[in-house]
Write a protein that binds this ligand. Structure first.
Ligand SMILES: NC(=O)c1ccc[n+]([C@@H]2O[C@H](COP(=O)([O-])OP(=O)(O)OC[C@H]3O[C@@H](n4cnc5c(N)ncnc54)[C@H](OP(=O)(O)O)[C@@H]3O)[C@@H](O)[C@H]2O)c1
Length: 305
């Protein structure tokens, strides 16, 4: 089996579970996979009425407060225009970040490997082709930025382990240290510790997580690097659940600090809906963390339920 076929099978398995990595979701329509996916939703139905998030703070089993509901309508995106460098800017989440950053009046440098893929054009957007693993190439583009946002993603392969997350982050941090930029927002995923939460559906626990183990492992290595070896970097690691393409909402986020998934309310039958968030909403969250010091040097798992 050649490499292309292996990649196709990887993508197929991930999409089957709603962890889509491609934007062309109309592909589902003509596919038998849609049937399987619908069956999954029958097993894990989305309730007609989602639980009302009345308490502002919930408690974990030990009774310690841990999960916060964050209303970004109140938080407000920073009013001051910032200079931002976005890595992975041609990716699905990256494009949402670029779009929203420009809408908020920020000045954006999109760091990409293929400038033709960038569909957004704007007077405040500069698109540069850069090798993300080379500090020498990154240096002139990270210099003078207020913050760096990374939406980079690296595919799984059965042939070799994923290394892109840690390797690119080492180059990014090295460059930030050289040019004196300290603020970094990056995204990884729920379950980077490799453990499914007790509420996790069996499809995610027994099928998806083993399949993407190499990605999660390298994300975890990157997270350890940031938390243990980068004392001078003010990072925020945003951990979303499965990503889907959808519109940007103004819904409240449920967030759990330094956790590998979001603690859902007790006796909450949310089906699969709590395990998905739109890329546009993740972008909203990533930009909003720049307007507060609440998530400075923190990893935060997010959900929209
Ligand atoms: N899929 C899910 O359900 C899910 C859930 C939680 C977290 N995540 C994680 O969230 C992140 C963003 O997801 P996404 O769906 O927005 O990703 P995506 O659309 O696949 O975008 C990934 C980005 O990384 C860039 N990239 C990959 N390898 C590169 C390289 N060698 N050099 C330069 N750029 C490179 C891609 O560039 P090109 O555009 O040139 O390809 C693209 O811009 C990923 O890390 C993903 O693993 C995904």
């Amino acid at each position: 089996m050649n490499l292309e076929n292996v990649k196709k099978i990887n993508k197929l398995g991930i999409e089957l579970l709603g962890f889509s990595t491609v934007s062309n979701e109309s592909w589902y329509a003509s596919s038998a996979l849609r049937v399987v996916q619908l069956s999954l939703f029958m097993f894990f139905p989305i309730p007609a009425s989602l639980p009302v998030a009345s308490p502002r703070r919930s408690k974990n089993k030990k009774g310690e407060p841990c999960t916060l509901l964050v209303n970004h309508r109140r938080l407000q995106t920073c009013k001051v225009s910032k200079k931002l460098a976005v890595l992975g800017a041609t990716g699905q989440t990256g494009q949402c970040v670029v779009q929203q950053a420009l809408q908020h009046g920020h000045v954006v440098v999109a760091i990409v490997r293929n400038p033709q893929k960038m569909k957004i054009s704007h007077s405040n957007l500069k698109v540069v082709k850069v090798n993300i693993f080379s500090s020498e190439e990154l240096v002139s583009h990270l210099e003078g930025q207020d913050a760096i946002i990374s939406c980079l993603g690296f595919s799984i392969s059965f042939l070799s382990p994923v290394t892109g997350y840690l390797d690119s982050m080492k180059a990014i941090v090295d460059t930030m240290q050289k040019v004196g930029v300290t603020r970094l927002v990056t995204m990884t995923s729920w379950y980077t510790n490799g453990e499914a939460s007790p509420q996790c559906p069996w499809t995610i626990r027994w099928v998806l997580l083993p399949m993407i183990k190499s990605v999660l492992l390298n994300m975890q290595e990157m997270e350890h690097f940031l938390t243990n070896d980068c004392g001078d970097i003010n990072y925020t690691i945003v951990r979303p659940p499965g990503l889907v393409n959808g519109s940007c909402t103004d819904k409240e986020f449920r967030t759990t600090l330094n956790a590998f998934s979001v603690t859902l309310p007790d006796n909450c039958d949310i089906g699969l809906s709590g395990f998905h968030v739109s890329r546009a909403d993740v972008a909203r969250f990533m930009l909003n963390v720049l307007s507060t010091d609440k998530w400075d040097k923190k990893a935060v798992a997010i959900a929209l339920i």
